[in-house]
Design a binder for this molecule. Structure first.
Ligand SMILES: Cc1ncc(COP(=O)(O)O)c(C=O)c1O
Length: 372
């Protein structure tokens, strides 16, 4: 990339074209990684320095590394797509760059400049362009992350950090067509409390969610957990790693409701984009609080026709059944609803270049000509 401050020392023994093709034919999620990664170091003395693209490989840590003990660790997630015109692009990466800065601020970590975040993505995807799958349902998942590297057991914000960017080819989220998920309403465990770290993409939030997710799957046979507010345990917040939308009514007059960003849920890039798109497609789209009772009664009366979750991984996932300690109910006949599917098609169309990108949301990483 021109103007990049990242020094490139690419992998001298990358995987063969045959090995890569075999992986790309069935990549799954997060199982395989490309040949290279980007690393940038930070210290209070030097600021951000030593930006380098290098062979993907292990990181060696002293056992007393601060983040292993006190968990200063944040991440992001976004995807690179091979578009219809042959270019490779990501979706609103500057939003991920800004969220990464906000997560860093909450965890008393240094802010990586937005240009450096975007440069790291452009540099890695340009180098590993052959790893971006051609198939529309597949993508190259990008995982920027940062953790403290200072050695010492004092409980305080570290003075040294590393930022790493790795990339992993990702398969179709729904291999057999879009399937609604079943959800468990978690009242025993909470994900985030007011004043906590819920709106940061902080590793500890995910660690704290695993027991509830396991319990939902093992004891209640549910695919996902829906998190309720920590105080009253009745306001709906989000689902696993996704935000939620509730569709009241149907057809052109439908009203889409998503819980407001109270500080305890993650401000999803997909959520923000759908709020805009839904309005443009003629729906009323609002941020409003909603209780579990509103959800159950809305489904019983037929007022709520669809519920879906949204996020980078699956774009849109319909919710088909709900279970809680007091019972359960079905949403929209346990079938994907028309509003969810229309929004999904539209957003995927923008990402892949079959729908006009009127907002300038797509950020080209590798132009079509360079990628021919
Ligand atoms: C807890 C949580 N909520 C919501 C989302 C959806 O965010 P986005 O649309 O930016 O992927 C994610 C994924 O990043 C998440 O981890």
């Amino acid at each position: 990339m021109s103007g990049s401050s990242i020094v490139c020392h690419p992998n001298t023994s990358p995987r063969s074209a045959e090995e890569r093709a075999a992986i790309l034919s069935n990549p799954g999620f997060g199982r395989y990684f490309t040949d290279n990664m980007v690393q940038i170091r930070y210290s209070d003395d030097l600021g951000w320095h030593g930006a380098e693209l290098l062979a993907y490989g292990s990181v060696t840590l002293d056992p007393a590394t601060n983040s292993l003990h006190y968990g200063q660790s944040i991440f992001e997630g976004l995807k690179a797509f091979r578009r219809n015109d042959g270019s490779i692009a990501t979706f609103r990466p500057e939003e991920n760059a800004r969220r990464f800065q906000r997560s860093a601020a909450r965890l008393a970590m240094p802010a990586l400049p937005e240009e450096l975040f975007l440069d790291s993505i452009g540099t890695l995807v340009t180098q590993d362009a052959a790893w971006v799958p051609a198939d529309h349902e597949k993508s190259l998942y990008l995982r920027p992350f940062m953790f403290s590297t200072e050695v010492g057991l004092g409980v305080r914000a570290a003075k040294e950090y590393v930022y790493l960017l790795i990339a992993s080819p990702a398969g179709a989220y729904f291999a057999n067509g879009v399937q609604p998920v079943s959800v468990w309403l978690s009242t025993d465990y909470i994900r985030a409390a007011p004043g906590g770290t819920g709106e940061a993409k902080f590793a500890g939030n995910y660690a704290a969610s695993l027991l509830a997710q396991d319990t939902a799957a093992r004891e209640h046979g549910c695919d996902q957990v829906v998190w309720l507010d920590a105080v009253e345990r009745r306001w709906i917040e989000e689902m696993g790693g996704m935000n939620m939308f509730f569709v009241f009514g149907s057809g052109p007059g439908a009203r889409l409701v998503t819980p407001p960003l109270t500080g305890t849920l993650l401000p999803g890039v997909t959520r923000a984009s759908l709020l805009e798109l839904a309005g443009e497609l003629g729906y009323e789209a609002v941020e409003e609080r909603l209780t579990v009772d509103d959800w159950e009664q809305g489904c019983a009366s037929g007022e709520i026709s669809e519920v879906f979750a949204c996020g980078t991984a699956a774009v849109i996932t319909p919710v088909g059944t709900v279970k809680s300690s007091t019972g359960g109910w079905t949403v929209g006949g346990n079938e994907p609803g028309p509003v969810a599917m229309q929004l999904r098609e539209h957003l995927l169309g923008i990402m892949h270049g079959t729908h006009a990108d009127t907002h300038g949301w797509m950020h080209t990483l590798v132009p079509a000509a360079a990628n021919a």
